[in-house]
Design a protein around this ligand. Structure first.
Ligand code: GDP
Ligand code: MG
Length: 452
């Protein structure tokens, strides 16, 4: 078996608590692959890094591996900010095909780690857990870029025991969260067990193991879902909406199917009617070697999935992180516009029934929050993307049932006039947090106290 031309690059997201090492891990994957790969170049995308299969097999030290894998490489998403993973969605599913959950082995699980696991479980996304910062274990003797086992076997018995203890704390925590896991080299069936890989993103120990396990997961779980048609109209997701000097509002987009070209007409999801616009420029980052150049970006004529690309076009101000981007033709524009509109409408909820009111920062986080609340059987009156507004307060203050005169806000601000209103409106209770399950726990604790 060798690389299959019809399979696109799997999209990998790196999730985890702030400071546990996401950025360092990506830098290491990027850096070491650049340093060691002769064949195949690392491509820096907008919001993502592509590591071709050649670089991965070189890194793993066994060129024959190339024949065992069918994917052309891995596309790692550089999640902007620690919450953007909730905008990594596609049509009510996960945008990422695979994920790495990173946890500091010395600190264990934190709220964002747990949240990542909840979301992966819901989307049934295959993932590995990496237990990072093993070089911080007292007495650890680093072996730069070595595989985990090679380095582990060279450590003293005391250090090994120390690592094992910390490691099994993580396995125990995973068990409590409903996942069976084992050290990656002991996992026989990745369908039943999550592989946990001890690594150091600083010394590079275990990185080759991470890449190998990801390729293995892609092989085992994704073969059926990575087929694509290169020349079909592009389909992607907005990762971030960004102002750029000289360009105005642009959308950083992960394209997961088909092709997108300069001059194409696209439909982009927004809070009102979907945006219909014509692509002025497709932009990729300049190679590092040309960093002196005036412009940060270089134009490309077209790109094919899976890629990260910046789209410059008129009227993108209302574009929504997590919303779809679709290339259309005169024949398809009406139907696809309607589809995009209903996709956003499916996530936002408007009812007259009793329930809580939800505000969230992106369409993806709103969807995640709605799903978690439904799981808890907490009724929802209204769920919208956006900051908490004066109108929200007024509406909610009119609700008679105190359990539901509640606003639950995820990663949103309270607008100034709403803040004032809130101070004089004692009947409205506002919950805000940037961790979804914390919000739900806070609400449930509060509701319980109210009942007592
Ligand atoms: P992020 O917030 O998850 O992106 O975390 P960063 O990658 O920014 O890492 C946070 C801090 O931990 C930085 O100071 C890193 O240098 C450090 N760090 C990350 N990985 C390791 C590791 O494997 N070993 C050690 N000793 N420090 C690490
Ligand atoms: Mg970071």
């Amino acid at each position: 078996m060798a690389v299959n031309e019809n399979l696109r690059t799997p999209i990998v997201s790196v999730m985890g608590h702030v400071d546990h090492g996401k950025t360092t891990l990506l830098d290491m994957i990027r850096g070491s692959a650049v340093a060691e790969g002769e064949a195949g170049a690392i491509t820096q995308h907008i919001g993502a890094t592509e590591v071709p299969i050649e670089n991965i097999v070189t890194k793993c030290g066994d060129p024959s591996l190339k024949d065992r894998f069918i994917v052309p490489g891995l596309l790692f998403i550089d999640t902007p900010g620690h919450h953007a993973f909730t905008s990594l969605r596609s049509r009510g599913g996960a945008l990422a095909d695979l994920a790495i959950v990173i946890v500091d082995i010395n600190e264990g699980f934190m709220p964002q780690t747990i949240e990542s696991l909840h979301i992966l479980k819901r989307f049934k996304t295959p993932f590995v857990v990496v237990a990072n910062k093993i070089d911080r274990i007292h007495g650890w003797n680093p072996n730069k870029n070595s595989s985990f086992l090679a380095s582990y076997n060279k450590q003293s018995e005391r250090v090994k025991t120390d690592l094992d203890n910390k490691f099994y704390d993580i396995v125990g925590e995973l068990y409590n969260l409903g996942f069976n896991s084992e050290r990656f080299d002991r996992v026989g069936d990745f369908q039943r067990n999550i592989g946990v890989i001890p690594i150091s993103a600083v010394t590079g120990e275990g990185i080759s193991d991470v890449l190998m396990i990801l390729l293995g997961l892609a092989q085992k779980f994704l073969e059926g879902s990575l087929h694509y048609t290169a020349k079909s109209p592009g389909i992607g997701t907005v990762l971030e909406v960004k102002e750029e000097k000289g360009l105005g509002t642009t959308i950083d987009t992960i394209l997961y199917d088909g092709t997108i070209k300069k001059g194409d007409i696209i439909v982009v999801g927004s809070l009102g009617d979907p945006i219909q616009t014509k692509i002025r420029a497709l932009l990729k980052p300049r190679p590092l070697s040309e960093i002196k150049a005036e412009e940060k970006f270089q134009q490309v004529a077209e790109v094919t999935a899976a890629v990260g690309v910046k789209i410059s076009a008129p009227n993108l101000e209302g574009a929504l992180a997590g919303a779809p981007v679709r290339v259309v033709s005169p024949e398809t524009i009406d139907a696809i516009t309607a589809e995009v509109k209903s996709e956003i409408a499916d996530v936002q909820i408007d009812t007259d029934s009793v329930g809580v009111t939800i505000k969230a920062d992106t369409i993806g986080s709103l969807e995640a929050l709605v799903n978690e609340l439904r799981k808890e059987e907490i009724p929802i009156r209204k769920a919208h993307v956006g900051d908490v507004s004066n109108r929200d307060i007024v509406e909610v203050s009119a609700i008679e049932d105190p359990f539901y005169s509640v606003i639950i806000g995820f990663n949103v601000k309270v607008l100034p006039d709403a803040k004032e209103k809130l101070q004089t409106t004692s009947e409205v209770t506002l919950f805000r947090n940037d961790v979804i399950y914390r919000l739900i726990d806070d609400y449930k604790d509060w509701a319980k106290k109210q009942k007592e």
